[in-house]
Design a protein around this ligand. Structure first.
Ligand SMILES: Cc1cc2nc3c(=O)[nH]c(=O)nc-3n(C[C@H](O)[C@H](O)[C@H](O)COP(=O)(O)OP(=O)(O)OC[C@H]3O[C@@H](n4cnc5c(N)ncnc54)[C@H](O)[C@@H]3O)c2cc1C
Length: 431
């Protein structure tokens, strides 16, 4: 009989095992992992560099990066936040650095550093790791006279294990979700989060690689108004929830960059409902007040009349983007400012501030992709990460219905949940 079995040898599973074994060395702890290798996602994370966490140390600010879990994570982050993660790795000789955008990486720029740290710690603490052991069943063991549950049975392709406490941290694994559903838990259906938008449009074809600050709104498409408003209602969203400002990157397939990814995460369920067919409005000059762009264009027309529009730099915009928007307003290479009609100026102002694009599908963001959905948050006690429905059953990491935007927040969810579950399990083992 194990004191603790941890299903899934990922970030959450290893972090929990280390904290359990460290808090109480007498506990018999093991990790069960289906793969030959452990910590597979850590390995590929952050483009091989592992974006461990984010340099946001205030729980109230940190929760704002979680489209799902914002409310529930506030308490846990007050107990264990990004600063604690940094301290954990630094105490073990792993220095982390902060990049200008707040993302934190090991100074070695290698995710292997994080893997080595976690694996060495479990070795040092005597945690058993069973690899190539896919979990095929989880059953309750009702042992005492009152038929109260006191332990768990776990079946794998290699054998059956019995344990007092069970921590499930198998990430977004549909098979395990199915098993938990049979045990009575509600699984919020998984949908992708963090994706890029597929757009075919002459204004952006041929200018991939261009990146600029933009305000982006999801707006109703003509002909699909009913579906759009029904989806808004279904997910209790306002139009203002579907707006973001941030760097936008034009790619071969459409649009990416932090601004788009943030919108994909906040709109994950809504956009899934729309089959990823929707319209966005891009304001390429978000720092200008309404009307100020037209005023500025008029001013330039008066002052620079002899210059060609295409070659005048009147806004802080990438040259290739400016050319593309100018052409989209019906202004040719030869046109001088003096020749431009009021309508053309208005069209140009519209392209600059209300540029609409049809999105048709999504692509996976290779650097970091996560799934929205998982165990319903209402069924978890966030003081211990224990199931509210079944005793001695705990969850941590991506298996629960929490996900964040890109930047190290998804790992922080795994570290925090694992740490708190570990404390809960240690306490439970003593009682
Ligand atoms: C390409 C990529 C890059 C990423 N980069 C970052 C980043 O830089 N920063 C960041 O914060 N987040 C990043 N993420 C997200 C982050 O990796 C996850 O949020 C995090 O790994 C979740 O940890 P976890 O332990 O809950 O799940 P996982 O890391 O998915 O671990 C679950 C483990 O359970 C095992 N398992 C599943 N089913 C079974 C079974 N039936 N039996 C036994 N074992 C099983 C799996 O093999 C796996 O080892 C990235 C994700 C991807 C896909």
């Amino acid at each position: 009989m194990y004191d603790v079995l941890i299903l899934g040898g990922g970030a959450a599973g290893f972090y929990a095992a280390i904290h359990i074994a460290e808090a109480d060395p007498k506990l018999k702890v093991a990790i069960i992992e289906r793969g030959k290798d452990v910590l597979g996602k850590v390995k590929i994370s952050g483009g091989g560099r592992c974006n461990v966490t984010h340099a946001e140390f205030d729980p109230r600010e940190l929760v704002r990066f979680y489209p799902r879990g914002e409310k529930e994570l506030l308490g846990p982050f007050h107990s264990y936040c990004s600063g604690d993660t940094v301290a954990f790795f630094e105490e073990r000789g792993i220095a982390l650095k902060i990049e200008p955008d707040g993302r934190m990486f090991p100074t070695t720029n290698s995710s292997q550093t994080i893997i080595d740290c976690l694996v060495n710690e479990t070795d040092r603490l005597g945690v058993k790791v069973f690899r190539n052991s896919s979990v095929s069943g989880i059953t309750k063991v009702l042992e005492d006279e009152n038929k109260e549950l006191i332990s768990w049975n776990v079946q794998t392709i290699r054998g059956t294990y019995n344990t007092r406490n069970l921590l499930v941290s198998t990430g977004s694994n549909p098979k395990i979700w199915g098993m938990l559903q049979k045990l009575g838990h509600t699984i919020v259906p998984p949908v992708p989060s963090l994706f890029t938008f597929n757009i075919k449009d002459d204004r952006i074809s041929g200018i991939s690689g261009v990146s600029t600050q933009a305000r982006i709104n999801i707006i109703p498409s003509k002909g699909h108004l009913e579906k759009f408003h029904a989806a808004l209602k279904k997910y209790s969203l306002q139009l203002s929830d579907l707006e973001t400002e941030g760097p936008l990157l034009i790619t071969h397939w459409g649009m990416s960059g932090p601004g788009i990814l943030r919108l994909s995460a906040w709109g994950a369920l809504f956009l899934n409902e729309l089959d990823y067919k929707f319209t966005i409005r891009v304001n390429w000059l978000p720092s200008y007040h309404e009307g100020a762009v037209m005023d500025k264009l008029q001013q330039v027309k008066e002052i620079e009349g002899k210059k060609t529009v295409l070659r005048t730099k009147c806004f802080d915009l990438p040259k290739r983007l400016w050319s593309s928007l100018v052409k989209a307003s019906g202004i040719t290479e030869a046109h001088k400012w003096a020749d431009i009609t009021k309508t053309q100026l208005q069209d140009l102002a519209k392209e600059l501030t209300e540029c609409q694009f049809q999105v048709n599908g999504k692509s996976t963001f290779k650097e970091e992709f996560v799934t929205a959905g998982g165990i319903d948050l209402k069924e978890i006690n966030f003081k211990t990460y224990e199931s509210k429905l079944l005793p001695n059953l705990y969850f941590a990491g991506e298996i629960i219905n929490v996900d964040a935007i890109t930047g190290g927040f998804n790992f922080q969810n795994a570290w925090t949940g694992a740490y708190i579950a570990a404390q809960g399990i240690v306490k439970n083992s003593k009682s």
